[in-house]
Design a protein around this ligand. Structure first.
Ligand code: NAP
Length: 243
């Protein structure tokens, strides 16, 4: 029996980067995964390469109808939901010249806050009725070191991830009586994904690689109803805590 045998796991932002890597690992460990993001072609490619059962449901995390559809289709197909990984995220960090507060447009601010924070609220709101009814389940919110500290030139991203840290703790308190755990997980540094596509190849090879959170994500997903809840740590710290 593998760690996640038969579990059903929804991964947002599963079309590339950290989300794709976690989805692949969950399937290797016996789970059935629901892959969601906006780019349906990329999602189908990811699904085709998985060594196990999966379902593709394209969605924009900012759209509540899209989000409800992901959860509805998950339950129609698999009849249960064990883990929700809120991983989809955007930053403005891809620019070489980071925007100071006065240079951030309202549209940029809204996009970062809506994907990174409202999207997590919408997915969590859609998922908890099923998790509560089951009396078990796990929500993993993908945060960042910038959810605990700040740097200049990243105010929208920093604000979204600090907000996510608060949402994680508030959701954990509400979910505890139902046996549902809710935690934050972050890679512990820069990871070689599209966010850093502008960096020179040599530098991209030196930073963390997209599978960096896989072990920690499996440990969190495999926790039972009495597991740790309401905490937020790096992948390495979670491995030390739960491994
Ligand atoms: P990435 O490679 O750019 O992937 C982002 C994912 O989010 C893609 O699958 C993208 O798919 C999806 N996404 C973006 N906007 C969306 C929307 N409106 N609706 C639905 N899906 C959307 O980024 P990553 O580095 O893997 O980041 C994953 C998470 O890790 C993020 O929460 C990020 O903040 C966090 N993180 C990353 C780093 C790092 O250095 N890379 C460090 C700390 C934390 P579509 O474009 O197809 O929608």
């Amino acid at each position: 029996m593998t760690a996640l045998e038969d579990d059903v796991i929804v991964v947002t932002g599963a079309s590339r980067g950290l989300g794709r890597a976690m989805a692949e690992r969950f399937v290797e460990d016996g789970a059935r995964v629901v892959l969601t993001a906006r780019d349906s072609e990329r999602l189908e490619t990811v699904a085709a390469e998985l060594p196990g059962d999966s379902l593709v449901v394209p969605a924009d995390v900012r759209d509540s109808d899209d989000v409800e559809r992901v959860i509805d289709r998950t339950l129609e197909r698999f009849g249960r939901l064990d883990t929700l990984v809120n991983n989809a995220g955007v930053s403005l960090l891809h620019k070489d010249d980071h925007d100071e507060l006065g240079d951030i447009t309202e549209d940029e601010w809204d996009r970062v806050l809506e994907v990174n924070l409202k999207g997590v609220f919408l997915f969590t709101r859609a998922a908890v009725p099923q998790l509560y009814e089951q009396g078990h389940g796990t929500i993993i919110n993908i945060s960042s070191g910038l959810g605990r500290r700040a740097i200049p030139g990243a105010a929208a991203y920093v604000s979204s991830k600090w907000g996510l840290e608060g949402l994680t703790r508030a959701t954990a308190l509400e979910s505890e009586p139902y046996g549902v755990t809710v935690n934050g997980l972050d890679p512990g540094g820069r990871v070689n994904t599209d966010i850093w596509a502008h960096l020179p190849a040599a530098e991209r090879e030196e930073i963390l690689q997209p599978d960096v959170m896989n072990d920690a994500a499996v440990l969190l997903a495999a926790q039972g109803p009495d597991g740790v809840t309401g905490e937020s740590m790096t992948a390495q710290e979670w491995e030390q805590r739960l491994g």
